[in-house]
Ligand binder design. Sequence first.
Ligand code: HEM
Length: 258
Amino acid sequence: MINPKDIQVSSVIKKLLTGITGLSLVMFLIAHLIGNLTLFAGPEVFNAYAQFLHHFMHGMFIRFAEVGLLGMFLLHIWSAVSVQMSKRRARPARYAVEADAGGASKKSFHSLNMLVSGGIILLFVLVHLNHFKYADHDATMRLSSGVEVNNVYQLVVGSFQANFGYVLFYMLAMGVLCSHLMHGIWSAFQSIGFTRPSTLPYLNLIGMAIAIAISVGFFLLPLLIFMMRGTFDPNLGPDAIRHAATHFLPHFPPHVAG
Ligand code: HEM
């Protein structure tokens, strides 16, 4: 009979939990990146998108998503840290050489530093939320549909354009995110049961490709916004923007619940 208190069983359960929560967070990152790309369609589209998310299903969607996301983060950190702790308890003396072994072991710089990269990402997320989600920013904008919405576009674009240090902070953090995901996605595939030796090299490649696509996307976003100073005026009026946005989205403006 399976006993979850058995050290090996509990370690398998925790690895599975780390993998499932990690992959769910990767899904969030992909959705977040796609949503953030609407920044390039101008304030009307981005702010309408943010407003839509906040009002979808009478606000229930965002509430569920936020609680789910927080739960995923906490479970991911707890399970990952406790798997590492039990590994260290089982082998108190560290390897004489903690080096990149490569090959089938896939021991690498990325895998050896998962706790450090995870900790840096956690710090990044706290700074990020403090700045973009919980910022004291009450500027609003009237959409072409007449709805008055929070001008999150102005906050995001204004922040990246005003301070290259902030852009640099994002780019460095995305380097760390890339390192974390390079090992994390592949490892999660294995934890959820993809262990056939013939498929492992492909999974490793797929994991790396997803890691690079996500990090490069998030890396380029602040940099491009910074480089497009002048064309990307956070104070542009709705008329000019509506004109630019119709160019990108033929069925503009999107319907926004008031
Ligand atoms: C250039 C990159 C990014 C931009 C422009 C950006 C923008 C934003 C904005 C504007 C919000 C607030 C949305 C709202 O009004 O509720 C937000 C929320 C959030 N972001 Fe980002 N983000 C970026 C990268 C990231 C990365 C790399 C992560 C994670 C590693 C991340 C994690 C989050 C989380 C967890 C939330 C809170 C979601 C919620 O509770 O609704 N973001 N982001």
